[in-house]
Design a protein around this ligand. Structure first.
Ligand SMILES: NC(=O)c1ccc[n+]([C@@H]2O[C@H](COP(=O)([O-])OP(=O)(O)OC[C@H]3O[C@@H](n4cnc5c(N)ncnc54)[C@H](O)[C@@H]3O)[C@@H](O)[C@H]2O)c1
Ligand SMILES: N[C@H](CO)Cc1c[nH]c[nH+]1
Ligand SMILES: [Zn+2]
Length: 849
């Protein structure tokens, strides 16, 4: 039940804090709106006066000017019910608006015929309707009797109250109502309506009354009399009837007064509910919040937090949170993540409690109360149309992200940008790599790394089952590798052998095995010598394509450098095996074992070591975003004590071509990298090319792409790839140097002469017959190269990547004579006398001072 009276405001303008105060305890109101222009104003009023769920709207006036969309909009904004004509009601019911949010404003009972199916629908009728007719209406909905008579006098009260006594709710102009008939004797007293709607079977004629706070927590049980009800409503405070002491103004002596917020009647009208705001020590005479003890749970937490905000001693953690928003936000994120990972009932409730604590601390920090939160919940509950509720893409695991629909017949074409005509912004945007979302990926990767760090082999096996869909019994394959696992055809063997030979030759040539000695001054010999890194972990990608070539690009230089333990890692196939070519290369380079795992879990296993995976000192090799993020993470974790080669992410190529270049060659080079992955990028810089020549390249790209088995990947990659038109080779190289591509292909006249102009690139392919594929496999250069613009500061993998360089010096007495005084002087400048002494002592003994 609700209060047996519905005050109506005749216009939005008449609805404000003052006009609400005398009817406030009724707690539900109706406002008339004749014009849809007022909707935005209405929304503001609901927010400002905190009327979510308390305000109903009568839009049936004159000719109704509201569309069903506008009605849905107001219902979504926190309006409780709409009083509407039967025509609009039918429209809304048909689109699925719940009947409970509609009040049919009928002009005659016959209109009800069409609503037979809605037994519970609320209706409102003019006061001219005979009471008898209203009472015999079937269905359980609320029956409102809309009293349009504006000049109500005390004499009409009899009719209104008889309506209330019949369980019907009179709708009355709020201007005719008062809560204080002592001062306004001509107006209708709200308490009269309540009194004729309630009953009691108690011999003393009192009404049982429940007292609750604004969260509906019971504070205690009391009794009301007609007089105490009048007084409570008049004074808007807690006034009851004490069975021993008569009229009881709560708090009159103790000071623990109550503000009366609302009054309600129970389902069979024999119990009242007083909603109050209690001040002072509490409701109970034992100085506790409630007669049933003190409050607990969220309300208690809210109270404690408010208290801490005012009075917390220094050193209180909650106080620290209030003062440090960065810490508080971080804790909220941390707890939210932990809740997402919790599995058991105990874990979930534990983590949820933590999250609620930190979330509520943020609320109290900003003076947001539980009641404000509840009012938002109420608003959401009142919405009749819902968002789909999908999570933002950044919070979804990569594998659950929805695939966009693509037209498989559409032309695969790179967009064109004219560097001399188009805007700088367009040019820069076309050179942006697809977003790597490192921070988001990191969130997915950290739990994986942590699990393997803590759980070792078991965690590794579990992660492999989760991400690579195969359950292994052991996560490694140890050397010597069984010959049956590395069966490859002779042709493949010869190709691998040839490639290994060339890569070996090129990397051996880079080996700095000689000690470098330099006599910087007479008697001062400085040296540098290389040592191999002892334990190296080589990651060989195997997600979208198995890349045995990467195993030789990493394994061969490791062998050349003399690394003691070469560990391979690569994701297993669904049957748990590994591609035999990778095992063959592992065998050729003398790898100690192969970790049968991919992604972040493989990186973690090699960085921290597990029961069976040896801990590595450096992890090298390309991989997808998970691999790269895990590498970035472990290199910064001092507990891993592990370095990495570089961020080698999605492959990319930049081709500079001119009108003399073969369009098929250009297209084939672009596509060879586009097929690596959807996050790869290919750029074509066309120097002085005609429209016809450009079209020829575009057509070749489309035709060749359509014939590739990985056309779907290519299509996505090409969608974020661009052809840039420039006027000169210099302009082309300037752009390329800015982009710093992993691979740079020069398909231009006199290509060789432009190599000296290259400042930033992973590897350069010179002239028409140097496709990038040669460098990927067999020419001898390394294909593990810096991507994403890191070619500005990183080199590709080379022999030195597997070495560290140690310096040494041999200073003779003559040498000390040469540099001793300079050392002493600089040590003194730095105030480091110990340093100075170490030279001074020697020089004195040598008689040099
Ligand atoms: N820059 C270079 O030198 C170079 C060389 C070769 C390859 N590449 C690049 O390496 C990349 C290889 O990527 P790939 O995916 O084919 O193979 P990958 O081996 O790097 O990654 C596959 C692994 O990712 C993990 N994974 C997949 N989905 C996951 C998820 N949702 N959450 C956590 N982990 C998940 C799985 O464990 C899987 O084993 C490509 O982008 C390619 O362009 C770069
Ligand atoms: N182009 C890749 C490096 O970005 C390497 C590779 C391996 N297999 C084929 N291509
Ligand atoms: Zn490649």
């Amino acid at each position: 039940m609700t209060f047996p009276l519905l005050p109506v405001f005749q216009s939005l303008e008449s609805l404000n804090g003052d006009s609400l105060s005398h009817v406030s305890i009724v707690n539900h109101f109706l406002v008339k709106l004749d014009d849809s222009n007022g909707i935005e104003h209405l929304k503001n009023i609901i927010k400002k006066l905190e009327l979510v769920g308390k305000l109903s709207l009568d839009v049936s006036g004159k000719v109704s000017l509201f569309s069903s969309d506008q009605i849905i909009d107001v219902l979504n904004s926190g309006v409780n019910k709409v009083f509407i004509s039967s025509k609009l009601a039918l429209e809304l019911l048909e689109v699925g608006i719940p009947a409970s949010r509609i009040v049919l404003k009928l002009s005659s009972l016959s209109e009800l015929e069409e609503f037979k199916a809605y037994q519970n629908i609320d209706i409102s009728l003019p006061s001219s309707t005979p009471l008898g007719d209203l009472k015999i209406l079937s269905g359980n909905g609320t029956r409102f009797v809309y009293v349009t008579y504006d000049h109500a006098t005390k004499t009409e009260l009899v009719n209104y109250t008889s309506i209330a006594a019949s369980g019907l709710i009179p709708v009355i102009n709020q201007e005719k109502l008062t809560n204080d008939s002592k001062n306004y004797p001509d107006l209708l007293n709200i308490s009269e309506f309540l009194l004729c709607a309630i009953k009691t079977d108690r011999p003393d004629g009192l009404y049982t009354s429940l007292v609750v706070d604004k969260y509906d927590h019971s504070l205690g049980l009391v009794y009301s009399s007609k007089e105490s009800i009048h007084e409570a409503i008049r004074t808007l405070t807690g006034v009851y009837q004490s069975r021993r002491h008569g009229l009881w103004y709560k708090g009159a002596t103790s000071g623990a007064t109550q503000k009366l917020l609302a009054l309600d009647v129970d389902c069979d009208s024999d119990c009242l509910k007083f909603v109050v705001e209690q001040s002072g020590v509490g409701f109970c005479h034992l100085n506790q919040d409630s007669c049933f003890g003190n409050l607990s749970g969220l309300t208690q937490l809210e109270k404690t937090l408010f208290d801490r905000k005012q009075n917390a001693p220094e050193g209180s953690y909650t106080k620290r949170l209030f003062n440090d928003s960065t810490l508080l936000n971080a804790k909220i994120k941390e707890e939210a993540e932990e809740l997402t990972e919790a599995k058991t009932k105990e874990e979930i409730s534990w983590e949820a409690a933590d999250l609620i604590y930190f979330a509520l601390t943020k609320c109290i920090q900003n003076n947001v109360t539980i009641s404000d939160i509840e009012s938002n919940l109420k608003l959401k509950h009142l919405k009749v149309t819902r968002r789909r509720g999908d999570a933002k893409s950044k919070f979804l695991p990569a594998e659950t992200k929805k695939e966009e629909v693509v037209d498989k017949n559409a032309k695969i074409v790179m967009k064109r940008v004219n560097v001399n005509k188009d805007s700088e912004e367009l040019i820069q945007n076309s050179l942006k790599r697809p977003n790597q979302k490192t921070a988001d990926i990191m969130k997915l990767v950290l739990p994986i790394v942590d699990a393997v760090k803590k759980g070792g082999d078991n965690a590794l096996i579990e992660m492999t089952e989760k991400f690579d869909k195969v359950r292994l019994t052991s996560p490694i394959l140890e050397a010597p590798f069984p010959p049956e696992l590395m069966q490859v055809s002779d042709e493949i063997k010869q190709s691998i052998d040839l490639s290994i030979d060339n890569v070996k030759k090129f990397h051996e040539a880079q080996l700095q095995s000689e000690t470098m000695d330099v006599e910087t001054c007479p008697g001062v010999i400085c040296s540098r010598f290389a040592r191999p890194i002892e334990n190296v972990g080589l990651y060989i990608p195997g997600g979208t394509a198995v890349l045995p070539s990467t195993s030789l690009m990493l394994g061969v230089p490791a062998l050349v450098a003399g690394c003691k333990n070469i560990i391979f890692a690569s994701p297993p196939r669904k049957d748990g095996t590994l591609t035999p070519e990778v095992i063959y290369v592992a065998h050729k380079v003398g790898a100690k074992c192969i970790v049968l795992a991919g992604g972040a879990q493989a990186v973690a296993a090699m960085a921290y070591g597990t029961e069976s995976v040896p801990k590595c000192d450096k992890i090298l090799g390309p991989g997808n975003q998970f691999v790269t993020a895990a590498k970035m993470y472990i290199q910064n974790d001092t507990t891993a004590l592990c370095s990495i080669d570089m961020p080698a992410g999605p492959s990319e190529v930049l081709v500079i071509g001119d009108g003399k270049a073969d369009p098929d060659f250009i297209a084939s080079d672009l596509l060879s990298q586009a097929e690596h992955g959807v996050d790869s990028q290919v750029i074509f810089i066309a120097v002085n090319m005609t429209e016809k020549e450009l079209d020829a390249v575009d057509n070749a790209v489309h035709e060749q792409a359509m014939a590739l088995p990985r056309v779907d990947i290519v299509r996505k990659c090409i969608s974020h790839s661009t052809t840039l038109l420039v006027d000169s080779y210099e302009q082309a190289l300037e752009l390329s140097n800015k982009y710093a591509p992993e691979h740079l292909i020069l398909q231009i006249e006199n290509a060789k002469s432009y190599v000296s102009k290259v400042d930033n690139a992973g590897s350069v392919f010179v002239g028409a017959y140097s496709p990038e594929s040669c460098g990927d496999y067999s020419s001898g250069t390394n294909h593990t190269l810096p991507t994403y613009g890191y070619a500005r500061q990183y080199s590709g993998v080379n022999t030195a990547t597997f070495q560290k360089f140690i310096t040494s010096q041999d200073v003779t007495p003559e040498g000390l004579k040469s540099i001793g005084k300079a050392v002493m002087c600089l040590a003194a400048v730095e105030g480091l006398d110990g340093h100075r002494n170490a030279v001074k002592i020697r020089m004195e003994k040598l008689g040099l001072l």
